[in-house]
Design a protein around this ligand. Structure first.
Ligand SMILES: Nc1ncnc2c1ncn2[C@@H]1O[C@H](COP(=O)(O)OP(=O)(O)OP(=O)(O)O)[C@@H](O)[C@H]1O
Length: 255
């Protein structure tokens, strides 16, 4: 589904990511770990079009078509079905829970701005459908009861779920989660793990996630890439990663 071929990202003299390779198959949950500043978020930023890699390519396979998405604009990449959440929650804090998800839907509306402004029948029927979909997503993430609350008033764990619900509203095929368990307590973390596995099945997603909570990475990822100073030092299943000397020295050992 995603082939990352030798991508490098330089910021002036800093090589944030150096010749990184990865391949993700449809339906997998894959982890990306490494110490602070290893280059993980930079990789997500290259996949989602925030940064154009200095070198290398990113190929995305959708419906058996291969598409070179290297350096495409973020909105184009989102339209192809790649969606993300952020390390620091980025909700529309003053909007209601429902409106936050509803906005995510708009990426998928066919009727343009023109029919939205004039509220033409096509727009209205699409809008109704999207409302139903938002409702379903909120029920799915357990936030329907809170639909009229302002996003900022939700506890942290629920804000993260809402951010994921908003991402799901764009109908992603590949979902990138940047530290979804950050700031969560053990119970919220446990719930999040079940939630991620659950939405992966229900929405037929492929998931690539950055996470510092080792119990999340080891608990739900089938494969893991380990990055250190911008360089891939190991790729393998959770057991292989936990037992690798280089990984222990670079990362796990310093926990
Ligand atoms: N826009 C930028 N301009 C300059 N340097 C940058 C930029 N973005 C990232 N960097 C640098 O690239 C390196 C990798 O940063 P990145 O945020 O990708 O790491 P990370 O693995 O996601 O870290 P963390 O776990 O702390 O979030 C760091 O040295 C960082 O300072």
């Amino acid at each position: 589904m995603l082939k990352i071929d030798n991508i490098t990202m330089k910021f002036g003299g800093v090589v944030a990511v150096n010749q990184f390779n990865a391949s993700i198959s449809k339906g997998e949950i894959v982890g990306l770990i490494g110490p602070n500043g290893a280059g993980k978020t930079t990789i997500f930023n290259m996949i989602t079009g925030v940064y154009k890699p200095t070198l290398g390519s990113i190929i995305y396979e959708v419906n058996e078509n291969e598409e070179d998405i290297t350096g495409l604009r973020p909105d184009k990449i989102a339209k192809l079905g790649i969606c993300r959440t952020f390390q620091n929650i980025r909700l529309f804090k003053e909007l209601t829970v429902m409106d936050n998800v509803f906005i995510g839907n708009h990426l998928r509306l066919d009727s343009g701005v023109f029919s939205a402004v004039l509220r033409l029948p096509k727009y209205r029927s699409e809008e109704r459908e999207q409302f139903e979909k938002s409702r379903y997503l909120l029920e799915k993430v357990g936030l329907y009861e809170e639909r009229d609350e302002k996003a900022f008033s939700l506890p942290y764990g629920k804000q993260r779920r809402l951010e994921i619900a908003r991402a799901l509203a764009t109908d992603p095929k590949l979902l990138l989660l940047d530290e979804p368990a950050a700031g969560m307590n053990p119970q919220e973390t446990q719930d999040l793990m079940e939630f991620i596995v659950d939405i992966k099945k229900e929405f037929k997603l492929t998931i690539f996630l950055i996470e510092h909570h080792m119990e999340v990475v080891m608990g739900i990822c089938e494969r893991i890439y380990v990055l250190d100073h911008g360089i891939l030092i190991k790729e393998g299943n959770p057991l292989e990663i936990q037992n690798d000397q280089k990984v222990i020295e670079a990362y796990l050992g310093v926990e």
